[in-house]
Design a protein around this ligand. Structure first.
Ligand code: AHR
Length: 489
């Protein structure tokens, strides 16, 4: 048992935790949309407008604040007009990025916006700058948001939607340094400026325009983008960083079979997110000293080799307690950088990469990662407060404890992960600031290789847990490989 002391100062409020930090991502990739969340209106699986009811309920339960769509790489080859109107008449296309399968466009703009309304989350569109046109993107905004008489608003009405939807988050391109056009940052900036000029604010709708930011540690991309795009037409730039355990994209490692060493390497790679955010933020602050432009980590998560026997283009992987620790570390990092990180989107929501949910026929499984989002949800909209852990090392390479704390409506939420798979921890936490009368805890506590599958869907699930209130704060025993939420009132 390792002794760790912790300090939280609730009087030292640092920044607002945007609910959008707990955001998600759904791409036309593998079984994320089709045969995943979307089963079609005629399916025997209970659904609302073709989207599985159990999935919608699960999304609501974790208070999903925002959902990004339609990609990913798919976004820069997506032509939205192919995905509206009578379904049997919709154009079919090849999904060239993901398995070369036929995309029948049966899930399109109306279906996506209706789904967001059903979940109660903000839609986040990734526009096509790579292979689309300025007119196409401009008309998409008109179709979605214009209330008056116009060709696109009339088309929307013809397709059964009288009133416009609200659209705030608009990404102008995706990974334009790679699958979105292999552009140089200078060229992307010029294109961005042109595209964004024709994305108008209609009928009281206000767009929050997001520029394509760097791949991982491409600091030059950030510098060029920040020096060419002013805050008057850019609210945020995006960052993509995936945790690949081996660091080798050709042999990424298995989702379920890994050595202890590979586990520690995975967590060490995931903690690199902290350095990335710090270094990109420094560059951003040099170009934008008032800090008006935010950072959005709109793709993050673990990327392993696909499960045996599945289509390599579908990126289907299992999800163990290792992923739960990864999720907890990243969410704590985002909370702790919420002065800069205004949104983050896990890749991806269903059946793809570090998924929240896995489906097979009518069955659905919530992954360990899902449960971490559930444990952390009371951070949404809270005020981050100062926290410090007198940490020790685990596995010879990572800090044992990852933590963050926030206050909302007088309730203190503290989330802690014990990242060690060798040692339990005893945490003694002093709290300066408020006095609390009541403490509640929930824990996710399993073996590191444990996961949920369709025969045993609750092997990894949160349980009630106990902590002791002390004169100065609380004390808690954290088993190795566990994630806990402590709530104090
Ligand atoms: O999430 C899978 C893919 O990863 C996305 O399509 C792309 O943006 C990134 O490279």
């Amino acid at each position: 048992m390792k002794e760790i002391s912790m300090l939280i100062n609730t009087a030292d409020k640092r920044s607002h935790i945007n609910p959008e930090i707990y955001g998600h991502f759904s791409e036309h990739l593998g079984r994320c949309i089709y045969n995943g969340m979307y089963v079609g209106e005629n399916s025997e699986i209970p659904n609302i407008n073709g989207v599985r009811k159990d999935v919608i309920e699960a999304f609501k339960e974790i208070k999903m604040p925002v959902l990004r769509w339609p990609g990913g790489c798919f976004a820069d080859e997506y032509h939205w007009k192919d995905g509206i109107g009578e379904k049997t008449q919709r154009k079919k296309m090849i999904n060239t990025n993901w398995g070369g399968v036929t995309e029948d466009n049966s899930f399109g703009t109306n279906e996506f916006f209706d789904l967001c309304e059903e979940i109660g989350c903000e839609p986040y569109l990734a526009g096509n700058l790579g292979s689309g046109t300025v007119q196409e993107l401009s008309e998409w905004i008109e179709y979605i948001t214009f209330d008056g008489v116009s060709p696109m608003a009339d088309l929307r009405r013809k397709n059964g939607r009288e009133k416009p939807w609200k659209l705030k988050y608009l990404g102008i391109g995706n990974e334009n340094w790679g699958c979105g056009g292999s552009m140089r940052p200078e060229y992307y900036c010029d294109e961005y400026r042109r595209y964004q000029s024709f994305c108008k604010n209609f009928s009281g709708n206000e767009l929050y325009k997001i520029a394509c930011g760097p791949n991982s540690n491409d600091y030059n991309w950030t510098d060029v983008v920040m020096s060419n795009l002013g805050e008057w037409h850019t609210k945020a730039i995006s960052l993509h960083y995936y945790t690949v355990p081996t660091g080798d994209w050709n042999k990424k490692g298995s989702a379920t079979e890994f050595s202890d060493e590979e586990y520690y390497e995975t967590i060490s790679k995931t903690l690199y997110m902290d350095e990335l955010i710090k270094r990109h933020s420094e560059i951003m602050s040099r170009r934008d000293p008032e800090g008006k432009i935010g950072l959005i980590v709109d793709e993050w998560g673990c990327w392993y080799d696909v499960e045996e026997g599945t289509n390599p283009g579908f990126l289907y992987q299992q999800n163990t307690m290792r992923d739960a620790i990864v999720a907890a570390c990243n969410l704590n990092i985002f909370n702790n950088h919420s002065d800069k990180v205004v949104m983050a989107n896990l890749a991806q929501a269903v059946n793809v990469l570090q998924a929240l949910i896995l489906t097979e026929g009518e069955k659905m499984v919530k992954t360990p990662t899902y449960h971490v989002f559930d444990l952390f949800k009371t951070h949404q909209g809270g005020e981050l407060c100062y926290s410090y852990a007198n940490n020790c090392q685990a596995g010879g390479k990572i800090p044992m404890i990852s933590q963050s704390a926030s206050v909302k409506d007088g309730v203190l939420t503290v989330t802690i992960a014990n990242c060690s798979i060798d040692d339990d921890a005893h945490i003694c936490c002093d709290i300066a600031g408020e006095n609390y009368q009541n403490i509640e805890c929930r824990i996710l506590d399993n073996e590191v290789r444990d996961y949920n599958d369709f025969d045993n869907c609750d092997k990894v699930a949160p349980k009630e847990y106990s902590a002791k209130m002390t004169e100065k704060g609380f004390e808690i025993d954290l088993p190795k490989c566990s994630v806990v939420v402590v709530t104090m009132r």
